[in-house]
Design a protein around this ligand. Sequence first.
Ligand SMILES: Nc1ncnc2c1ncn2[C@@H]1O[C@H](COP(=O)(O)OP(=O)(O)OP(=O)(O)O)[C@@H](O)[C@H]1O
Ligand SMILES: [Mg+2]
Length: 184
Amino acid sequence: MIKILVISSKGGTGKSMLSAALRDALGDAQIVDLDPQRTLTISAQESGRPLPIDPSQASARYLIYDTPPYHDDSIKAQIKSFDQIVIPVKSGLSDLIALKGIYDDIEDAKMFDKAILVFNEVRKPINNTHKEIVNLFKHSYPLIKIANTQLSSLLGFNRVLAEPLSGKSLEQIKEFIKEFSFND
Ligand SMILES: Nc1ncnc2c1ncn2[C@@H]1O[C@H](COP(=O)(O)OP(=O)(O)OP(=O)(O)O)[C@@H](O)[C@H]1O
Ligand SMILES: [Mg+2]
């Protein structure tokens, strides 16, 4: 089984969206909902999408962990057990500053080879401000891999808690997954 951790130290970066999108794109995948807000559990109950599971009941090839938007010591304690750490960020200075805690955790755990940061909700056309922010991330956090794939602001992502991913949003996630370290 391949365990994927979706984390960020900020709210609303797209963790729950990305967890559901990765599950749809990977196919043989289940979600573990570690967020007390229970976004994925409640939305699945309402929409009929697959319910998150308890890790002891895991049966799929991929297990994706959605997490709360703050530093959680119990997640930090388990970080080494994951095969892939995925960090969605938005293109802004507050996300840049907030990343420090997670960056340090990944450094402490020597997990840079398994972590990937992805810019989410990137608006097209890409402007110079976004390019400057990406450069600031690279400068401030030199050891983390930044995905070449950037996730656009798309209706498909916005609706993934209610309906399966398809079309352009599915294509983008599949491109992103090709960059995961378990594909190396
Ligand atoms: N690429 C995208 N395109 C369109 N909408 C998006 C995209 N990414 C996220 N959203 C929307 O932004 C909102 C926040 O996303 P989401 O709930 O996944 O963030 P989160 O990091 O899980 O938040 P929290 O920290 O509260 O758990 C949701 O309404 C989601 O549908
Ligand atoms: Mg969430």
